[in-house]
Write a protein that binds this ligand. Structure first.
Ligand code: K1U
Ligand code: ZN
Length: 172
């Protein structure tokens, strides 16, 4: 397993929708392993393949609480089947937009269908942090970022901050 570098906004690859995966093969299994290693190392609770510049419909997440055993999940070709009418507002962060945390309102619960690394179809309903993270990662796979839910003024300020961060990083 390898730690891969995470793209930082703005980057055109973060704005493109990912292509679906035809079959779970060794390449997808290796990608999933690298994604989990990269997510834990960051550290983060989720990561989409597009954040690594890999334009495939795969995301990983582990939203287990600190006092719970790890619960790594790999979702291939995920689809949202159902969203609750009830919404919740939570603070979100993004590994592609470091050190920015903002409130986002989303459906409180979602039902997802996906393919696992076993190649089988899975379905489950998610709530709490799992639901927030799953929706954030689904957005990544569709080229959407959590800052798209903020005002244009805030989004422009955050984008300028990220451009500056990238310039500074390039200088080191
Ligand atoms: O997709 C990503 O950019 C990862 C992102 C996922 C996420 C966080 C919060 C709400 C929705 C989705 C992160 O993991 S940011 C880092 C983070 O939230 C965190 C890091 C360490 C411990 C706990 C949380
Ligand atoms: Zn993100």
């Amino acid at each position: 397993m390898a730690i891969r570098s995470i793209l930082i906004h703005p980057d055109p690859r973060l704005r493109k929708p990912a292509a679906s995966v035809e079959a779970v093969d060794d390449e997808i299994r290796a990608l999933a392993g690298d994604m989990l290693a990269t997510m834990y190392e960051a550290p983060g609770i989720g990561l989409a393949a597009t954040q690594l510049g890999v334009m495939r419909q795969v995301f990983v997440m582990d939203c287990a609480a600190k006092d719970e055993p790890a619960q790594p999940m790999v979702l291939v070709n995920p689809e949202i089947l159902w969203r609750s009418e009830e919404t919740e507002t939570n603070e979100e962060g993004c590994l592609s937009i470091p050190e920015v945390y903002e409130d986002v309102t989303r459906p409180a619960r979602v039902r997802l269908r996906w393919m696992g690394l076993d190649g089988a179809a899975h379905e489950a309903e998610f709530g709490g942090r799992w639901a927030v993270c799953a929706q954030h990662e689904m957005d990544h796979l569709n080229g959407r970022l959590f800052i798209d839910y903020l005002s244009a003024v805030k989004r422009t300020m955050i984008t300028s901050r990220m451009r500056k961060l990238k310039r500074e990083k390039a200088r080191v």
